[in-house]
Each structure stands twice: as structure tokens, then as C-alpha cells.
Design a protein around this ligand. Structure first.
Ligand code: 5GP
Ligand code: ZN
Length: 115
């Protein structure tokens, strides 16, 4: 399958790993948008959040658990961080294997700068 994140999981594309267990993998984003920018992905290939089936729901919990671990590991658990999933065209999703961005390490600003 031609999926960059599946290739990272199988090891044919290198990544800077932060955390891994049998269900999920976390690694540094190649083009960081903040001082800390990790990606947390399920090892199962699921294209978008719209494709998460009932049987996959526990994976979402596994990802959130991994996010806690990654935040501690990268020293942002106390200072705070943002966890983002992009789904579909308007979100700007470019990799169609679900992933959560964990961003932190500096104030990220409000979601709505006008607010
Ligand atoms: P999206 O816009 O789909 O939510 O974000 C995809 C993210 O994956 C982007 O932040 C991009 O920098 C990251 N990315 C794309 N290809 C690679 C890669 O080969 N390695 C790593 N570590 N990150 C990647
Ligand atoms: Zn994939």
C-alpha cells in the first residue's frame, strides 16, 4: 500500500520515534509547526476520522494514552499542548492514515485570533 505512515510503521521509511507499543506509534513530525511537534498514529491503516469503525474505538483511547506519555516524555505535560486531528479537504489533511498532531513547547495562540 502506498501510505507513507504505513511505511514508517514497517520501517522502510525512517522516523525519529518517541514511543511505540503494539497498537500505536509516535514520532517527530518532519516539518515541525511548533518547538514540539509529534505525530501519534494507530498501526492500523484507517484513512480518516470518518472511517473509524466501532471496532476501532479502543484505538482512539490508545492514541490518547500515548499522547499523555509523549507529552511527558517531551516535557510539555505541565506547560500544555494541543492535540489535533485533521479530517478531509477543508482541514488540510495530506496524509490519509489517521494521525494526531501533538503541538507544544511555546504558547500556541488562540484557535480564533479574532476572539
Ligand atoms: P496532515 O496535514 O495530513 O494532518 O499532516 C501530515 C503531517 O505529516 C504533516 O505535518 C507533515 O509534515 C508530516 N509528514 C509527512 N510526511 C512525513 C514523513 O515522511 N515523516 C514525518 N516524520 N512526517 C511526515
Ligand atoms: Zn497507512
Amino acid at each position: 500500500m502506498d501510505c507513507i505512515f504505513c511505511k514508517i510503521i514497517e520501517g522502510s521509511v525512517p522516523s525519529k520515534k518517541i514511543y511505540e507499543n503494539d497498537k500505536v506509534l509516535a514520532f517527530h513530525d518532519i516539518q515541525p509547526a511548533a518547538p514540539v511537534h509529534a505525530l501519534i498514529i494507530p498501526k492500523k491503516h484507517i484513512e480518516t476520522m470518518n472511517d473509524v469503525a466501532e471496532e476501532d474505538l479502543s484505538l482512539i483511547g490508545d492514541i490518547h494514552q500515548a499522547a499523555q506519555i509523549v507529552a511527558k516524555e517531551l516535557g510539555v505535560a505541565e506547560s500544555g499542548y494541543r492535540l489535533i486531528n485533521n479530517c478531509g479537504k477543508h482541514s488540510g489533511q495530506i496524509v490519509f492514515h489517521i494521525h494526531y498532531h501533538l503541538l507544544g513547547g511555546a504558547p500556541l495562540g488562540p484557535l480564533n485570533p479574532q476572539a
